[in-house]
Design a protein around this ligand. Sequence first.
Ligand SMILES: Nc1ncnc2c1ncn2[C@@H]1O[C@H](COP(=O)(O)OP(=O)(O)OP(=O)(O)O)[C@@H](O)[C@H]1O
Ligand SMILES: O=P(O)(O)OC[C@H]1O[C@H](OP(=O)(O)OP(=O)(O)O)[C@H](O)[C@@H]1O
Ligand SMILES: O=C(O)c1cccnc1
Ligand SMILES: [Mg+2]
Length: 571
Amino acid sequence: MLSKYRKRKMEMATPPPQSSFNDSNNSHKNNQNGIVQSLLTDLYQVTMAYAYWKSEKRHEIAVFDLFFRKNPFKGEFTLFAGLEECLKYLQNFRFSDSDINYLRTILPPSVEEEFYNYLGSLDASEVSLYAVPEGTVVFPRVPLVTVEGPLPVVQLMETTLLNLINYASLVATNAARFRMAAGKKQLLEFGLRRAQGPDGALSASRYCYIGGFDGTSNVLAGKMFDIPVRGTHAHAFVTSYVGLQDLKNRILQSLQMLTPLDGGSPVDFVSACIDLREEVCKTLDVLHEETKQSELTAFIAYATAFPKGFLALVDTYDVLRSGIPNFCTVALALHRLGYKAIGIRLDSGDLAYLSKAVRQYFRKIADRFEVPSMANFTIVASNDINEDTLHSLNQQGHEIDSFGIGTHLVTCQRQPALGCVFKLVEVNKQARIKLSQDMDKVTLPGKKSIYRLYSHEGHALIDLMQRPHEQPPDNERRVLCRHPFEESKRAYVSPGSVQLLQKLYWTKGEIQEYLPSLKEIRERAIQSLATLREDHKRALNPTPYKVAVTADLYQFLHDMWLDNAPIGELS
Ligand SMILES: Nc1ncnc2c1ncn2[C@@H]1O[C@H](COP(=O)(O)OP(=O)(O)OP(=O)(O)O)[C@@H](O)[C@H]1O
Ligand SMILES: O=P(O)(O)OC[C@H]1O[C@H](OP(=O)(O)OP(=O)(O)O)[C@H](O)[C@@H]1O
Ligand SMILES: O=C(O)c1cccnc1
Ligand SMILES: [Mg+2]
């Protein structure tokens, strides 16, 4: 059954009626982040809009490309994310009376009143937005989004669109890298407490899910985005208990009694655990005096509260001498009442060594008590885990089933920003170019059609940009693909299949495409990454994926470059 939040999301896929563009309250609509609104921009966009308006450029039709120049994390791929938020931003794009009143207070008094009337009349109905589908793997210089519309209007959108895409794509890519490192193990995002503010945290939960995480600890993200929420418990829970006496009064009030799964009379769960403790310790070669009774108390309390979901944090005192014997004691007592404990979490120490040792202990318990499933208790690991830790753990061998990852994932500590830019490529059908000493920063002028060429085996081979009037590539024809800047780098490609990368997502004030659920985007990301050869995805020194232009676009670019580059004078 669809949850009510999912249903709301499905409704969002249908564009709102035209009249909704003029609603006065443009935030909190369609589940959109309330901070995302027209004023969430840099002042210079507004001042440029005024200067455009004053110089009668308001009807000029501009085309801007949004792209990045370098893949993050020393990798050779990026996952594109944030598109749905961009479309919702376009739906709501409008300056309210209070926005305009505020702008009056920050712009100079010389700004003409007529400009404010103009701002008040703006919406995104004359704007068209083309984009690569969210969750697609993308590469440097390829326009992820192309926006066409009146020059001042599209200019006003630059910063917001970049803001919505930069972090979303960065953290989704980070998550995808953690996913590749973790193989099929469960990945949980635990970043809320470490993220860059509440909005950073919500974005992280949402886009890590797209990138391949299985769930989040962030409850609000679960509610808003229909992401599975998961969690264990903290050290505070363990250290808050002093000993079994903490439970004594409660026993009298029947609070630590536990009813067997199949019904029947409640049993004294504390005594059930105490009865098992000696034998568990003997099996694990631990003196029962070494186990912390306060920890056992905490575990009993947690298991009584969640007999079907008992997972214990075992590293508060000593994993092997206390945490594991105490966990096994409670797990066996639960088992005798028909319940299955889930497992344990390790949050310190050598996670490879400890997980293997813990697995051995579980096997001993499974053998001794003849409960084979106890060998397979889930082992969750957390504590400052990053991508390299995952690779290292794989090399060492480990027995971890699930990773809880916070800081490194959501803060993208290894590379805290993706450098997406928004560059003008055409005005009134005339191509524009931005030159730079740095070749990588020269823009590709004009509107472009973008294709992904696949091998006969289905691997992505190359992304090809061409001028709009050129014949699209097809699998009947060998096509010359050129490096945009380096003359000697070129190759003929005979594709097995060809995909047009960008779709028209927004025009005439309406969303044009079905907006997939997060789960569907996540699925697309998995499929899109699967088309990428392993050598492009490997962690160390991956092979760059080729991004090319046709001979026609190459010529056009270089002619424009020469036309626009000033000729120096030596003296
Ligand atoms: N087997 C391992 N191989 C590589 N890295 C590991 C391994 N086990 C743990 N780590 C990482 O090593 C670091 C250990 O950090 P640190 O020494 O601060 O933690 P700790 O002392 O074990 O625990 P804490 O300080 O949280 O009580 C963590 O980043 C953890 O993810
Ligand atoms: O390590 P991260 O990848 O950020 O994952 C989240 C961390 O948050 C929790 O404890 P917290 O760090 O708040 O306290 P602790 O380190 O003292 O256990 C949890 O136990 C993890 O260690
Ligand atoms: O549920 C957990 O174990 C959890 C949640 C957030 C941070 N650290 C751990
Ligand atoms: Mg920690």
